[in-house]
Design a protein around this ligand. Structure first.
Ligand code: VGL
Ligand code: ZN
Length: 198
């Protein structure tokens, strides 16, 4: 298996997208096997810490009756409501104290799927001298996808850790991988190093 210790380099950042209880089995918007990414990410967190690679963790953080919720103009069941248990990061995800947290989805009038959407994250990454991102989290076909596309548009190199993400639907996941590749992101599998191009 590929070892994150051999892959992480100076100028890298580790970006964990929405690893929250509501997106895991038992949560309000459960993604199949969503919790299985946690041990994978924990390994990456450890390696990043050891190599002084900065860690960023975004969270979906919606007001009550958010416009993305069913019955309020959106398509999602209510999820990640501010200060509820379901909005918490997965308890097994051991985030170091110096993790940079990114809060999104707080606007009343629009959704913010991407961790870059009106958060100032790009500016922060530049300040931190980050040029290449290693990305994992939930969901592959929603927030990971939009985050990766924004990162590419903003000029960051992106490696998506395949084992560290799961889609809402399998078809959505396939499509997301296609779109991310087209945008110049690299899909990395810990077992294969790089996914074979189909
Ligand atoms: C997400 C659906 C709704 C995500 C957020 O984090 O992927 N998905 N809100
Ligand atoms: Zn949401």
């Amino acid at each position: 298996m590929r070892d994150p210790n051999d892959l992480l380099e100076e100028g890298d950042g580790l970006l964990l997208v929405d690893v929250q209880k509501d997106f895991c089995p038992g949560g309000a918007l459960p993604i199949e096997e969503g919790d299985e990414i946690v041990p994978v990410l924990s390994k990456w967190i450890k390696a990043a810490q050891a190599k002084r690679i900065p860690i960023y963790a975004s969270r979906d953080w919606h007001p009550l009756q958010h416009m993305s919720f069913e019955g309020h103009g959106g398509k999602w069941p209510p999820h990640c409501i501010q200060d509820t248990d379901g909005a918490a990061f997965h308890p097994e995800l051991k985030l170091p104290d110096n993790t940079v947290k990114i809060t999104k989805g707080v606007r009343f009038d629009q959704d913010q799927n991407s961790a870059f959407d009106q958060t100032g994250l790009a500016e922060q990454l530049t300040r931190d001298n980050v040029k290449r991102l290693w990305v994992g989290g939930l969901a592959l076909d929603v927030c990971v996808l939009t985050t990766v596309l924004d990162a590419r548009r903003l000029g960051f190199e992106v490696h998506v850790i395949l084992e560290a993400t799961r889609p809402v639907t399998p078809e959505g996941g396939e499509e997301a991988i296609q779109k991310m590749r087209e945008a110049g992101a690299t899909i990395v599998s810990e077992s294969l190093q790089q996914m074979p191009k189909r």
